[in-house]
Design a binder for this molecule. Structure first.
Ligand code: G1P
Length: 305
């Protein structure tokens, strides 16, 4: 049997039920904050970035979440575990509100962990999810991308994957040289109802080599055949195993690839500028802090003029 026949998935009718969150990256863009604290736990207002991501998965019924961690990341497991001392202290004070807030992370999903021994790329990280995933489609959510819960992306991606099978990636339109920070797709048609068929993908092209202005963001719904494709994929230009390259391989095998184009609010918390914007924006909208904080911000901005 040829590899193409092997990789041909039945059109999926099962909506993915599991999520994989790669969180083994070193956080070099954010040192020294990330020297000890995993970048995934940096707070966006008062909630660690990763809790937003797990909440997004849980809201879509992805009840089992595998976090791919690495050395120095054990605080992630603690965050999603009970904290008896803290809980006792709050219980004694009768602080039900804070108690609920710290318990939320333990109640969102069934959490699973595995370690990627070396940071050898996103594709390598995802390959450690094979035993957890089994023979079902699954979602991959990157911890750097926070999608505002008021805007729909993952729900649509899961529906499209259940309907069409194969691979579904989240896409945004970017302008100019920004495409070189992302995977880029070559469309196979027009955007219809926010969905576009994808002919092929390449990782972080030079602006002049980009196949379109549609960039892959940190949301994927993948078929289990991706693991075989990852095994068949060579290391990319930056010496890492790229998920983009394995997706291209599957596409070449005849597996359908679609993108869902997102134009809602997204915060790249791995980038310091965008992280700061996310904190300010979400602080302004925060139910407890928002009114006071935005009042202060208005005054502060005036002092800059
Ligand atoms: C990764 C992927 C890239 C994708 C990006 C989205 O890159 O390799 O294809 O566009 O995530 O955030 P990274 O940001 O990890 O370098």
């Amino acid at each position: 049997m040829s590899s193409a026949e092997q990789a041909q998935p039945a059109t999926s009718t099962v909506r993915a039920r599991k999520a994989v969150i790669p969180a083994a990256g070193l956080g070099t863009r954010f040192v020294p904050a990330t020297k000890v604290v995993p970048k995934e736990l940096l707070p966006v207002v008062d909630v660690p970035a990763l809790e937003y991501i797990v909440a997004e998965a849980a809201a879509q019924g992805l009840a089992d979440v595998l976090v791919i961690t690495g050395r120095g990341k054990s605080a992630i497991e603690d965050h999603f575990d009970a904290a008896p001392q803290l809980e006792d202290a709050l219980e004694r004070k009768g602080d039900k509100h804070r108690l609920a807030r710290i318990r939320r992370s333990t109640e969102l999903a069934r959490m699973h962990y595995t370690r990627q021994p070396e940071a050898r790329g996103l594709g390598d990280a995802v390959s450690y999810a094979e035993a957890f995933v089994g023979n079902e489609p699954f979602a991959v959510l990157l911890g750097d991308d926070i999608i505002d819960e008021r805007d729909v992306l993952l729900a649509r991606m899961l529906d499209v994957q259940a309907e069409k099978g194969g691979i579904v990636v989240g896409l945004i339109e970017v302008s100019g040289a920004a495409i070189s920070l992302y995977g880029s797709i070559k469309p196979a048609g027009e955007v219809i109802d926010g969905v576009i068929a994808v002919e092929t993908l390449i990782e972080k092209p030079k602006p002049e080599e980009a196949l379109s202005n549609l960039a892959v963001i940190g949301r994927y719904v993948l078929p289990p055949e991706i693991f075989d494709a990852l095994r068949r994929t060579e290391l990319g230009a930056r010496g890492e195993l790229e998920l983009t390259d394995a997706m291209r391989t599957l596409g070449q095998d005849g597996v359908p690839v679609h993108g869902v184009v997102f134009s809602g609010r997204r915060y790249d918390t791995g980038d310091r500028q965008d992280y700061l914007r996310a904190v300010v924006r979400l602080a302004c909208e925060h139910p407890e802090l928002g009114a006071d904080f935005s009042g202060w911000l208005r005054e502060f901005v005036r002092t800059l003029e």
